[in-house]
Unconditional design. Structure first.
Length: 253
């Protein structure tokens, strides 16, 4: 009965407050589900989906005809502490704008749409072959000063949406203990040094051993160089006994 009641309630709210496309503001038809609840068909069809070929390790996309799997030159000689990274979309156009609004303009309602986007990363054949219901979702943390300014951690909000949709437990297991210099202007080596000892596993997580021997989906909104997620993965594996870390993000920058 609760499901039927929710359906009627949603339909009634749609009549009183008609839904509009979050990208172009055109009216949306009633009864649309998943990401179609937020975007019109035209905008959905124009989203820059992440498609092969891309690096099997860091997910960096490449143009041209490349057959089979490959590892890009950027990470071939780099020690990354996650198994591989998957992004659902390119961080371009509508996707980039939606993420910016979600992070910097306090449009928290967009967590539902971006969570739907993130769920598409789980369609990667490497994850489809796994029983990820036994894994855990862990967000990349914000420094407490940044989170106080923003009022929420966008990665944790995405974890919550994805957990509700999939049943995979979400654990807010990491904390950022040191504010760092912005990564954009730094070299590869400087990025790694900049992030050293910036993250810790929360004591409560350690006490309950909730991550010991477990596989983890490390969640963030955008993956750029992979330095931050690699350091988070290193801490999870070394300090919490996590067996393997796979990074999933809404978009690849």
């Amino acid at each position: 009965m609760s499901g039927v009641l929710q359906t009627y309630t949603t339909a009634l709210l749609d009549l009183i407050y008609p839904r509009r496309c979050e990208a172009c503001e055109s009216a949306l038809a009633h009864g649309r589900r998943d990401d179609a609840r937020w975007l019109c068909d035209n905008c959905l069809n124009q989203l820059p989906r992440m498609e092969a070929p891309f690096c099997e390790r860091c997910g960096e996309p490449y143009e041209g005809a490349i057959s089979g799997t490959f590892r890009c030159g950027n990470c071939a000689d780099l020690k990354l502490h996650f198994a591989y990274a998957i992004s659902a979309y390119h961080a371009e156009d509508t996707v980039r704008e939606l993420i910016h609004r979600f992070k910097y303009q306090h449009e928290l309602h967009l967590s539902g749409l971006l969570g739907c986007f993130l769920q598409k990363a789980l369609n990667d054949p490497r994850l489809v072959a796994e029983d990820i219901s036994q894994w855990a979702l862990v967000p990349v943390p914000l420094h407490h000063a940044r989170q106080r300014e923003r009022e929420y951690n966008q990665a944790w909000e995405l974890c919550r949406v994805l957990s509700c949709a999939t049943g995979i437990p979400a654990l807010d297991a990491l904390k950022r203990v040191r504010a760092t210099t912005p990564q954009a202007s730094l070299s590869r080596h400087q990025r790694m040094e900049n992030l050293h000892r910036a993250f810790q596993v929360k004591r409560s997580t350690l006490h309950h051993a909730r991550l010991q021997g477990r596989n983890v989906l490390l969640v963030d909104d955008v993956l750029t160089t992979g330095s931050t997620t690699s350091e988070c993965a290193r801490v999870l594996r070394k300090k919490a006994g996590v067996r393997r870390v796979v990074v999933i993000t809404v978009a690849r920058g």
